[in-house]
Design a protein around this ligand. Structure first.
Ligand SMILES: [Zn+2]
Length: 412
């Protein structure tokens, strides 16, 4: 089956990631463009007048809009139970994230709510969030466990993630974040907790059932220290779960450099990194992922994204959607925040949410780009250019979403 998209005012031909330097800042743009899909893949794109013979292809009129790769949200906690608006109010009153956590709130209240929810309830609560993300143009989502914190509830979460993938067109990628925080029954015994969650048979089952591809740890005061984080990720890596890390969010722990050394696929947050950490990132293939929604939601410092980009690093951008530190589901809204808070241009944000986000999920060779042979995950936007999209903060210009060559959202 062939599909031709024509009448495209601006086609942003983001090449396969990871992208750094000039191509990150200014990816190639084709004006008056067309794009041909064969089956699930991109077969050709270029100037409209050069469109190759395409027989009885279905034709989609982009109506003078913009075409970009489908967005990839490479860091989320979108599968959770309940909500924490009471803490949102406490924080407005001056309580800090760490204070709320130490008083038994924060992640711990999400753990209580997730453990009380059945797998069906978890799917029912999370599915509408994923559907709203798709409506905003997100075609692939990484989703972490981490509110279960026992073998039973971590598996329940990862199974819920897979069920959401089965029930929506969105590609969902599971991450085992058992080391998110220390559960109450292991208070003061973090190492014993890790022993339980690093059981070899358990990790083997996770991989065999295809429930997770990545492992992640929250290296922070009140969560896991550097040594514990290293042990968790190294054991998971041995079981074929590729490491990711929450590093340098609230305090500097040295977690970024440790993760680079371990060959982590990404290091995420980075609000408190220093120059030595940037050097460590440069020496590694680890993708730096910045999450400005979290800084917005908590009113906390932002990651030095400009410095990372100017150091020729392939920065990725994600929502970090979660019930405690950022409930923002819209990746395009995060792109607008990246402009105002991180001084990233809309084009840089687009690359950070496509080619570089794909690299942060080990999928740069198939997703996140407009390249021949890449999966046809595409957005048709009812705006004449990418700048207009980020400029119209909070307005959704998505006309159509294509996943693997098929129209899965039509708002036109
Ligand atoms: Zn996170």
């Amino acid at each position: 089956m062939k599909t031709l998209i024509e009448n495209i005012a601006q086609l942003v031909a983001v090449p396969a990631g990871p992208l750094a330097g000039d191509v990150f800042r200014r990816p190639p743009v084709v004006e008056n463009a067309a794009l041909l899909i064969e089956g699930e893949r991109i077969a050709w794109f270029g100037v409209r007048k050069d469109t190759p013979p395409h027989g009885d292809a279905d034709v989609i009129d982009a109506r003078g809009g913009t075409v970009v790769p489908g967005l990839i949200d490479c860091h989320t906690h979108v599968v959770y139970a309940g909500s924490r608006e009471n803490e949102f109010e406490q924080r407005i009153g001056g309580a800090s994230y760490i204070e709320i956590l130490e008083a038994g709130g924060g992640i711990k209240s999400s753990v209580r709510m997730l453990r009380a929810a059945s797998e069906d309830e978890l799917v029912a609560q999370s599915l509408p969030r994923v559907r709203r993300m798709l409506e905003c143009g997100v075609t692939t989502i990484e989703a972490k466990s981490g509110y279960g914190l026992s073998p039973e509830h971590e598996f329940k979460t990862l199974r819920a993630i897979r069920r959401i993938a089965d029930e929506t067109p969105v590609e969902m990628i599971g991450t085992y974040l058992a080391a998110h925080t220390i559960p109450p029954e292991f208070e003061g015994r973090a190492d014993a907790y890790l022993d339980q969650m690093l059981d070899k048979a358990l990790l083997r089952r996770l991989v065999k059932e295809g429930l997770a591809e990545f492992a992640d740890v929250f290296c922070e005061r009140g969560a896991f220290n550097l040594e514990q984080s290293r042990r968790f990720l190294a054991a998971c890596k041995e079981a074929a779960l590729r490491p990711k890390i929450h590093s340098e969010q609230i305090t500097r722990t040295g977690a970024t450099a440790m993760a680079c050394e371990l060959g982590a696929v990404s290091a995420d947050h980075l609000e408190c990194i220093n120059d030595a950490d940037i050097e460590a990132l440069k020496r590694s293939g680890t993708i730096p992922v910045v999450l400005p929604g979290c800084s917005f939601f908590l009113g906390s410092p932002v990651a030095p994204a400009r410095k990372l980009i100017d150091a020729d690093l392939p920065v990725a951008l994600a929502t970090d959607v979660n019930p405690g530190s950022c409930t923002i589901e819209s990746l395009p809204l995060i792109m607008s925040m990246a402009a105002t808070m991180l001084k990233m241009t809309p084009m840089e944000s687009l690359v950070a949410c496509t080619a570089n986000a794909a690299a942060a999920l080990n999928r740069a060779d198939s997703l996140g780009a407009i390249a021949v042979g890449h999966q046809a995950d595409l957005l048709i936007l009812d705006v004449p250019n990418v700048n207009r999209w980020a400029y119209n903060v909070g307005v959704n210009p998505v006309a159509k979403v294509l996943k693997a060559g098929r129209v899965v959202v039509d708002r036109s």
